[in-house]
Design a protein around this ligand. Structure first.
Ligand code: APR
Length: 227
């Protein structure tokens, strides 16, 4: 059974109503990324960050997986599928994907300051000043700018064994996630689904210049015809 690895970013969830970061009107036009998504920001103003992630977590109750998420999950009927996502929403899981790696953490989880204790809180808000059992502040289980990406080695290993790699909805600007594509084996087939032009340092990328849902419909047809 061929192994397909999806590398997804914020554009994957755009049709579900979740803002991307760098498109016009994106999240980083409204907020200072270093204030709300960096370890420095946490040290300076943790309450602001608790509120920022409470808002993003609460939004999960108002959004649903789009057809793109669902078509990825349906491919598990004929392929081994792994989703490696930069997204912190839970839409891939809610669409039925059974193997999802969140490189940048998960909105529905929080942890203690040392990240040694992780709690699944669903979409409830974190109280300002809420403490973990070790007495440290509860914080979002998110990988912020300035922090290591613990799942990177596992993700790179998975990409290096993929027969097909599909990049959907990421501007490929944030490392180390954007560097994952360099672990692809030489004969891996690479597809890119994005309505904009995304620069990829590979000549042999099959570009499907569409939004995630339409792109996945086209890709599904192509995959069925693969030998
Ligand atoms: N379908 C598919 N792709 C889309 C859609 C859509 N409907 N709408 C926008 N896109 C594409 C954009 O063209 C862009 O290439 O999604 C990409 C979004 O890029 P970014 O906003 O930079 O999001 P992403 O690449 O996921 O950001 C990476 O940056 O701020 C950090 O941690 C954050 O995980 C995030 C990381």
């Amino acid at each position: 059974m061929k192994h397909i690895v999806f590398l997804t970013g914020a554009g994957m969830s755009a049709e579900s109503g979740i803002s991307t970061f760098r498109d016009s009107g994106g999240l980083w036009e409204k907020y200072d990324v270093m204030e709300v998504a960096s370890i420095e920001g946490w040290r300076k103003n943790p309450d602001l960050m608790i509120k920022f992630y409470n808002e993003r977590r609460a939004q999960l109750d108002k959004v649903a997986p789009n057809d793109g998420h669902k078509l990825i999950a349906q491919l598990e009927n004929g392929f081994k599928v792994t989703v490696i996502t930069q997204n912190v929403d839970n839409l891939h899981e809610r669409a039925g994907s059974s193997s999802v790696i969140h490189l940048h953490g998960e909105l529905t989880k929080v942890c203690n300051e040392s990240k040694s204790e992780i709690y699944d809180i669903g979409t409830r808000a974190v109280e300002i000043g809420e403490k973990a059992s070790d007495g440290s502040r509860i914080r979002p289980f998110i990988v912020w700018f300035g922090e290591a990406v613990p799942l990177m080695e596992k993700a790179a290993n998975i990409v290096s064994n993929a027969d097909i790699i599909v990049i959907i909805g990421t501007s490929m600007q944030v490392y180390p996630a954007a560097g994952l594509i360099h672990y692809a084996k030489r004969d891996a087939k690479i597809f890119l689904i994005d309505p904009s032009d995304v620069s990829i340092p590979f000549t042999s990328v099959n570009v499907i210049k569409q939004k995630a849902s339409d792109g996945m419909r086209i890709l599904t047809e192509k995959l069925i015809q693969l030998p």
